[in-house]
Design a protein around this ligand. Structure first.
Ligand SMILES: *Cc1c(COP(=O)(O)O)cnc(C)c1O
Length: 372
C-alpha cells in the first residue's frame, strides 16, 4: 500500500481492534454489543463492524437509522440497535430490514405499534430507561406501565432494556453510578416478578465494562475501548488494549525563513532568528484543532506547531532542514516517541471520541492487518 499517494492519511490497525474485542469479551465475561456510531467514531463503521463481529462481538449499535442501513447494505446481518430518534419512514424500514429500535417513550410505543400493524410486521425494540442521565428514556416509575402498554397494543417485541451511565468515565465508584445501578436493578427485579423481564438487560459502556463488574448485566455496550482508546479519564491506558489509530502526513514544505518573519494568520508567531519552518498539509478542516501547544513527531522527535492552525495547513518549527515528503506523525508512534489520543484530550479539552470522530472524511482511512 502506497501511503505517499496522500498528503495526509489515517492508518487503522484492524488486528488491534480484533485483539481489543477479544480482550473486552474476556474481561467482561458477557456478550458484547459493539457501538459503531458516527462511523465507528471516525474509524469506519463497515470495516470495524466486520472486524469486531469476526472477533466475537454478537450485536452492533448505532445512533441513527441511516447508520444501520449502511451496515445492512454492506451485507452485515448481525442484530443492530439504533440508540436515537427515528422518523416514521425509518420505522417502516426498520421493520423490513430487521433493525432494532430504541423505545424511549409512550409516544414511541403508539407510533411503533401503529406502523407494525399497518405493515403487518413487528418492531423489535430495546426499552430505554433514564436512571439518571437526563437525555432519553422513560423514568423508572413508568417502566412497567410502558411494557404493559406495548403488550396491549401489540406489534412491538421487547428484546432488551437498557440505560446509560453518566459518571462511569469520571470516577471509579461515583455515588451517581451506584444509584443508577440500583435503580436499574430494581426495575429489572420488578419486571422479573411480573414475568416481563426482557432477554437483554444492559448498562455498561467501555469504562463500566472494565471497571464495574456489577454494571455488566447480560451484555456490555462498548465503543471506544474496541478502538484502542482509554476507557477512563482517571487511569492510565490499560495493558489489555492495543492502540488502533495513527494519523500521518508528509512534509509539504521546508524553508529557512529570515528573522522577524510572521507565520500564519494574525502573526501569533514570528521567527526570532533565521528558522527552519515546515508546512504540513493538515489543518482544522481535517480535524486538527486550533489550540495552543500542538506538537507533532518528525524524525522521532516532538516539534512544536507554531502560529495559528489554518483550515488545510499548519506550520512547525524544525530543528534543521528536513526533506519535503518526510513522514510526520500527528497521532501515533515514531521512533521512541508517541502522541496518543489521551494526550490530545487534555490539549483540546474534549473526549477521545470527539477527536477521532472529528477527523474529516477527506483524510483517507488506510486499513492495515485485516482479519479474515
Ligand atoms: C456511545 C454510547 C456507548 C458507548 O460508549 P463508549 O464509552 O464508547 O464505550 C454506549 N451506550 C450508549 C447509549 C452510547 O450512546
Amino acid at each position: 500500500m502506497d501511503h505517499s499517494l496522500y498528503p495526509t492519511w489515517v492508518e487503522i490497525d484492524l488486528s488491534a481492534a480484533a485483539h481489543n474485542t477479544r480482550a473486552v469479551l474476556e474481561i467482561a465475561g458477557v456478550p458484547l454489543m459493539a457501538v459503531v456510531k458516527s462511523n465507528a467514531y471516525g474509524f469506519g463503521a463497515v470495516e470495524i463492524s466486520r472486524t469486531v463481529l469476526s472477533a466475537g462481538a454478537t450485536q452492533l449499535a448505532v445512533a441513527r437509522f441511516n447508520e444501520a442501513r449502511t451496515l445492512r447494505q454492506a451485507g452485515i446481518t448481525a442484530p443492530i440497535l439504533v440508540f436515537g430518534m427515528v422518523t416514521e419512514p425509518e420505522v417502516d424500514e426498520a421493520i423490513s430490514q430487521g433493525v432494532t429500535l430504541t423505545l424511549h417513550s409512550f409516544e414511541n410505543a403508539v407510533l411503533f405499534s401503529q406502523r407494525a400493524k399497518t405493515l403487518g410486521g413487528v418492531v423489535r425494540v430495546h426499552l430505554k430507561v433514564d436512571t439518571g442521565f437526563g437525555r432519553l428514556g422513560v423514568l423508572p416509575g413508568e417502566t412497567i406501565d410502558l411494557v404493559r402498554a406495548c403488550r396491549q397494543t401489540g406489534g412491538i417485541q421487547i428484546d432488551g432494556i437498557y440505560s446509560h451511565l453518566a459518571m462511569a468515565d469520571e470516577a471509579p465508584d461515583h455515588p451517581v453510578t451506584q444509584q443508577q445501578i440500583q435503580r436499574f436493578t430494581s426495575i429489572l427485579n420488578a419486571l422479573e416478578s411480573a414475568g416481563l423481564r426482557p432477554a437483554w438487560a444492559h448498562l455498561a459502556n467501555s469504562a463500566a465494562a472494565f471497571g464495574l463488574p456489577e454494571a455488566r448485566f447480560d451484555l456490555v455496550r462498548v465503543g471506544t475501548a474496541l478502538l484502542g482508546m482509554k476507557p477512563f479519564y482517571f487511569q492510565p491506558f490499560p495493558g489489555e488494549l492495543r492502540r488502533v489509530i495513527s494519523w500521518k502526513a508528509q512534509l509539504a514544505s521546508c524553508r529557512l525563513l529570515p528573522a522577524g518573519w510572521g507565520v500564519s494568520y494574525g502573526h501569533e508567531y514570528t521567527t526570532e532568528k533565521p528558522e527552519w519552518i515546515g508546512t504540513l498539509p493538515v489543518g482544522y478542516g481535517d480535524g486538527f484543532r486550533r489550540q495552543p501547544g500542538n506538537q507533532v513527531l518528525v524524525e522521532g522527535r516532538r516539534v512544536p506547531v507554531v502560529g495559528r492552525v489554518c483550515n488545510d495547513m499548519c506550520m512547525v518549527l524544525l530543528p534543521h532542514e528536513i526533506p519535503v515528503g518526510m513522514e510526520v506523525v500527528i497521532v501515533g508512534r515514531q521512533g521512541g516517541q508517541e502522541i496518543t489520543t489521551d494526550e490530545l484530550i487534555d490539549r483540546w479539552h474534549t473526549s477521545q471520541a470527539d477527536i477521532t470522530t472529528g477527523i474529516n472524511w477527506r483524510v483517507p482511512r488506510i486499513y492495515t492487518n485485516p482479519v479474515k
